[in-house]
Design a binder for this molecule. Structure first.
Ligand code: C2E
Ligand code: MG
Ligand code: MG
Length: 401
């Protein structure tokens, strides 16, 4: 595999070439202009596995290069290099990801060998980013049939206290056990359900299974609350709170053990009905979480207008906040606000030990994410809870004071 380095500064080119040679990377192609780089990638793209690109260049700059690169259909890994302010580098990084480019990292000039080594080693190990490609959407007819046939099932992802380490609840995440396609994830059918009037039936199905599951856990001595995602479209019929209460009652689950997570993917058409419904849900002691906080329309206005008692900080703010001053400031500000409003803060997407430590240090209440556990079946959760007791002690012991 060849490596390509693009930088308008011949000295910078030579330096990076030396550093790469030192790390045993060869052959390395050096080019000073973006057009040359793009020509090379068009001609022999598949033999070039790695591209280093400077952001600040006269003529075609790094951002333009990234834009053109996305159109070339090249599948290697890109590393952005820049002497710019770290925030500019981070924004360029997001831009490259948004273009669907496999970004291996962004490094500041002067380039540190250690950082370079890390990137090169990760790349040669063929590390694939943990991205689930959005698949195709399912048809509404197929989905209607699946709901009726009981093909929807829930997985549950644990939520644990960052203060005590205790397991406090689990979020139900719907999956479709498709007879041919296997396990289908919600990004392929929630939108379809919302658009074709199937979301009420879907939510009911998810809620019913989740309530039965939480009853089973309670019976085995596992006191948990269960969180269920609801779409804003569910908050259009005024009897929704009564429906939920009746379902919980017949499943013998206390309403205080139910949390509804609300995400708003589009602007609210009618504000009155959701306000009426959410207020009555709270009066019934059902928990209300604002999901994906900080993204789309899950924003300050929602927090001002609606009676939430839990705030789920979107994972795009959580993961990486340790190494990113802007993210850290946003997380800090949001946590302070939640605290002042008396709202429980939950961090989503806690993937690494460093994320966990950061959140403990910054006073977040609850964590959820792959570092703790991936979503699992309801039957698997009690055994996981046992194992977590052990791990939680180890975490507590080695935690920085
Ligand atoms: P969400 O409610 O924000 O759920 C969290 C999503 O993040 C889940 O994806 C979960 O598997 C994933 N996740 C959890 N921990 C991590 C982590 O550490 N790193 C990363 N990268 N991801 C993590 P999933 O199950 O694919 O669900 C996607 C979205 O679909 C959910 O986002 C929710 O908005 C929606 N959804 C799921 N189930 C339902 C449902 O029953 N009804 C409705 N209306 N929407 C649902
Ligand atoms: Mg959720
Ligand atoms: Mg979320």
């Amino acid at each position: 595999m060849k490596t390509l380095v693009l930088d308008d500064d011949p000295f910078a080119l030579k330096l990076l070439d030396r550093q790469l040679e030192h790390l045993g990377v060869s052959p390395v192609l050096l080019v000073e202009r973006a057009e040359q780089a793009l020509d090379l990638l068009r001609a022999e793209g598949d033999s070039i596995g790695l591209v280093f690109c400077d952001l600040q260049m006269p003529g075609t700059d790094g951002v333009e290069f990234v834009r053109h690169l996305a159109g070339v259909g090249w599948h290697g890994g890109l590393v952005l290099v820049s002497g710019e302010d770290p925030r500019v580098l981070q924004t360029a990084e997001r831009l490259a990801r948004a273009h669907g480019i496999r970004l291996l990292g962004a490094i500041s000039k002067p380039v540190a060998v250690a950082q370079l080594r890390e990137i090169v080693e990760h790349n040669s190990a063929g590390r694939v980013a943990r991205v689930r490609r959005p698949g195709r959407s399912r048809s509404p007819d197929e989905l209607r049939r699946a709901i009726e046939a009981g093909e929807l099932t829930n997985h549950y992802q644990p939520k644990v206290s960052l203060v005590t380490g205790e397991l406090v609840g689990a979020e139900a995440l719907v999956r479709w056990r498709h007879p041919e396609a296997g396990l289908v994830y919600p990004d392929q059918f929630i939108g379809v359900a919302e658009e074709h009037g199937l979301i009420d039936a879907l939510t009911r199905a998810v809620l019913e299974v989740a309530l039965r599951q939480v009853r089973t856990w309670l019976d085995t001595g596992l006191a948990l609350h269960v969180s269920v995602n609801v779409s804003m479209d569910n908050l259009a019929s005024l009897d929704f709170p009564d429906v939920v209460a009746a379902m919980a009652h017949s499943a013998r689950v206390p309403l205080s053990a139910v949390v509804l997570e609300v995400t708003e993917s589009r602007l609210m058409k009618d504000v009155l009905a959701p306000l009426d419904i959410l207020t009555r849900l709270r009066l019934k002691r059902i928990g209300l979480a604002i999901d994906d906080f900080g993204t789309g329309h899950s924003s300050l206005a929602q927090l001002r207008d609606l009676p939430f008692d839990e705030l789920k900080l979107d994972r795009s703010f959580v993961s990486g906040a340790v190494n990113d001053a802007s993210l850290a400031a946003i997380v800090d500000g949001t946590l302070a606000m939640a605290r002042q409003l008396g709202i429980t803060s939950v961090a989503e997407g806690v993937e690494e030990r460093t994320d966990w430590d950061f959140l403990v240090e910054h006073g977040c209440d609850v964590a959820q994410g792959y570092f703790i556990a991936k979503p699992m079946s309801g039957e698997a959760l009690p055994a996981w809870a046992g194992a977590w007791m052990q791990r939680r002690q180890e975490l507590g012991r080695s935690a920085p004071s």
